[in-house]
Design a protein around this ligand. Structure first.
Ligand SMILES: [Zn+2]
Length: 362
């Protein structure tokens, strides 16, 4: 079996804006990143019976340490070490320069050029599949996307709407037109949470539905950009677009779908919204990265895969190394593979990713 992990990141903390963490959290992060301190703290907490907290500190230590490795290649090699040597990885770049969280010490273009040089290396060219991030505010974004795909063999396009834009933003029309015409896969963040735009949002209404936007903290307000239903408008414009709605709505929305007998908030679970989109559009996929760290959700994944149509639309991804905040990469991979069994795992981790990445549109 030739596994393809459809959702990973290898950018390091130089690509993260300097005001990303609140001022009070920075010293805590620095403290946890020190091996001796975090080990000592974990030990102390275990002694006092606080095993959960000790585990949490260990996870954060791993997460922060990976992010502070010096090069993307170093992080990529670490990622490879958890998988069979012929595993392929979609590596999603991130452009965090327009999220109003300060400056980055490594410009986005440097991040892309580093990925391009790994892709060029004969040792990695068949194993790494970089996706170029598309932010509508980056000047000449469509030219940039085209150049990295055509000249540097990037494999796809990455979106992250909670950074402050709707997926149907007109400024990305040329990007989508190009992707649709050339069968280029697009992967977009489709779960609540994660990172988000930190500037002031003044919009009062959704530009298409006209629905009033409740003014809340950005962390929640930015859900208006991420909502799976926004893709109805994008797919109306570009019906042949091949797109992966990453995280399948997120673990909280899977829990909501499973556990809410009574509708608590008047909004359909994003798990259901994504299912509707998959049924209505043959080129829509969804990866289970991050979301499936939660073992309680495995039965729902298994039962989803019993539907022959949906079975062809689910993609394996882990969200390395973001998922380290919950469990290790090896646990994520081993658990999912063992729980699903060889045959179902092969469908979501080899057959479907092959169609998503390399296949022509249905
Ligand atoms: Zn991700």
């Amino acid at each position: 079996m030739n596994t393809i992990n459809c959702h990973t990141h290898i950018f390091n903390r130089d690509s993260v804006p300097d005001k990303f963490l609140p001022v009070w959290l920075k010293p805590v992060a620095n403290l946890l990143q020190n091996r001796k301190t975090s080990k000592g703290l974990s030990k102390l907490l275990s002694v006092f019976g606080k095993k959960d907290l000790a585990q949490l500190i260990k996870k954060f230590y791993h997460f922060l340490t990976i992010g502070s490795l010096t090069s993307q290649l170093e992080i990529f090699k670490l990622l490879q070490s958890f998988y069979p040597s012929d595993t392929k990885f979609c590596v999603l770049s991130m452009d965090m320069e327009y999220m109003a969280a300060g400056n980055v010490s490594k410009p986005f273009l440097t991040q892309l050029n580093e990925l391009a040089s790994i892709k060029k290396d004969p040792a990695y060219k068949d194993l790494i599949y970089p996706f170029i991030f598309a932010h509508p505010e980056r000047p000449l974004i469509s030219t940039l996307v085209r150049r990295y795909i055509e000249e540097y063999n990037f494999a796809g396009i990455k979106l992250y709407p909670p950074l402050g834009y709707y997926p149907f933003d007109k400024r990305l029309d040329l990007v989508f037109y190009y992707a649709e015409t050339n069968g280029i896969p697009v992967t977009t963040h489709c779960a609540r949470g994660g990172i988000y735009y930190q500037g002031t949002i003044t919009e009062k209404r959704h530009p298409i539905t006209g629905q009033e936007i409740k003014q809340r903290k950005n962390k929640f307000l930015t859900d208006v950009y991420t909502d799976p239903y926004n893709y109805n408008y994008l797919l109306h414009k570009f019906p042949e677009l091949k797109i992966n709605l990453a995280h399948f709505g997120g673990f909280d929305e899977w829990e909501k779908y499973l556990k809410n007998t009574i509708d608590e908030d008047g909004e359909k679970s994003w798990f259901l919204k994504i299912m509707e989109l998959i049924y209505a559009n043959e080129n829509v996929y969804s990866d289970v990265s991050y979301t499936l760290y939660n073992k309680e959700l495995l039965p729902l994944l298994k039962s989803t895969l019993q539907d022959p149509y949906l079975k062809k639309k689910v993609l394996f991804g882990s969200d390395f190394y973001m998922v380290e905040q919950e469990e290790s990469e090896r646990e994520f991979f081993v658990n999912l593979k063992a729980e699903l069994g060889q045959s179902d795992f092969k469908v979501i981790a080899e057959e479907n990713p092959n169609t998503f990445l390399f296949g022509k549109n249905v």
